[in-house]
Design a protein. Sequence first.
Lengths: 64, 476
Amino acid sequence: MSKDQSTLDAFTVARAQGLDKAVERYPECVADAARAAAADLADMPAEDMSTAEPWPPMIPGGGK
Amino acid sequence: MAADDPGRWQVKDLHKDLHWLTAAEISAAYAARRLSPVELVEALIARVERRNPDVGAYIMIDAEGALNEARAAETEIAAGRIRGPLHGVPVGLKDNIDVVGLATTCHSKILLDNIATADAQVVSHLRGAGAIMFGKQALHEFAFGGPSNELPFPYARHPWNNAYHPGGSSSGSGVALAAGLGPLSVGTDAGGSIRNPAGNCGIVGLKPTYDLVSRRGLFPVAFTLDHIGPMARSVEDVAVLLDGMVGGDRRPAASRAHSYTADLNRGVRGLRIGFVRHWHNEEMIADPEVGAALEDVAKVLAAEGASVAEARLPKVTEMAAVQRIILLAETWAVHAKWLRERPQDYTLPTRRKVMPGAFLSAGDYVRAQQWRNRYIDIVDDVLRDFDVLLTASGMDPPFRIDDREGLLKTYPRQGRSPFNLTGHPALAMQSGICKASNLPMSVQFVGRAHDEATLLRVAAAYERATQWHKQRPAHA
């Protein structure tokens, strides 16, 4: 496969995540995965909610 | 037992179509001594042996275990000790749910030797209700992948036409019901995996409120999105199965003494139905037949006495994207070790779907959870104006199983995953027959958190009015 910069960047991230074997054996799959993650992030709403409380709420005493 | 003993089993008249009996009919037949659990289980084993090679619904059936449980149920029922409507009724389980002594393979090479050392909590509840654990059903690999010839067992195929995809990931669970290979199935749903095969196969599937059914003993897809839920050929059976799946401590206090079947016959007069048209008319344009069928659903409910009005939710594309970020991040946490060490042991569809999680940051995950909180509030608010929402489930009718482009569209083009995100209960059932493929199309109903009773009430009214659930595969 041709390796453009975004693909090379994807391989760098994948290796940093320990996916060396996957990069070696399934490079197209790794590149597809990086594109899929970017597409999903792009579809997220744009509004900044950086100080909003996330789900799930912390429940003290809820551990086992 | 003497021949004239009133407790004697007098099996008759039911032989021809034992495999199409609903759980409610089975229970009534047991009570009337017209059918015995052993006879039913033997008939189902024989039918699975005959039909399963064509449709791939089951990975394995536990014939010996099921017959032992059937004999025990038969003895108890004959002695008048009937535990309830699930006593002696066989249940199939998606093979990501633990049953002690059986392998939980998740339909993956990676877990072929993963023998469960304890029952999942939901299995314990079902055994307590007297249900028989019949077998483990096919799924997409790890409830995530898709049809692939690399899988260790055959993938499930549509029982109405096995050239078509039955939906997933609880594919075998839906197929088993639609093919007459068992009356009840337990499926799981992190992004629509109960509702997609329910709709495609023309049966009924319910994703209950998040955490209503215990997830203990379920191999996770994504911890905060996973739901275990009932699947059956009728709304009544879904309610009966849900009764058996839910532990008493998980129900809201007000409903602990009530069965989920209690409101099924109340009809919809006076209920307010919110029709979420903009999802399939403006944002993800649905197949024309699917859209027309949804309009018909609204007309049927209005004719039955409900008030149907337009409801608006956030954009389906944005809700779905937020759900996917959470799904991918949590799934990556589950699979990272194996993906690093043995990526070759996953099938291509699973590798492709799981790996995007490696490219998300902690900040992405938290941002998605922030949006989730807001969406939960918004859906709660909308459900103050309506009792139940009517939405598209899938935007397309079932695709051919060899249509790779079609299958890739199945998961992005749907309205199911937003309610994994918000945790509201959601049910999918048949809305008609697609003229092009002669296969079922589907509708989704969504209820308030912990108000499964009203959701099932609406579904039951729609089922009574349309009778779509009586459709069967041509070669049944």
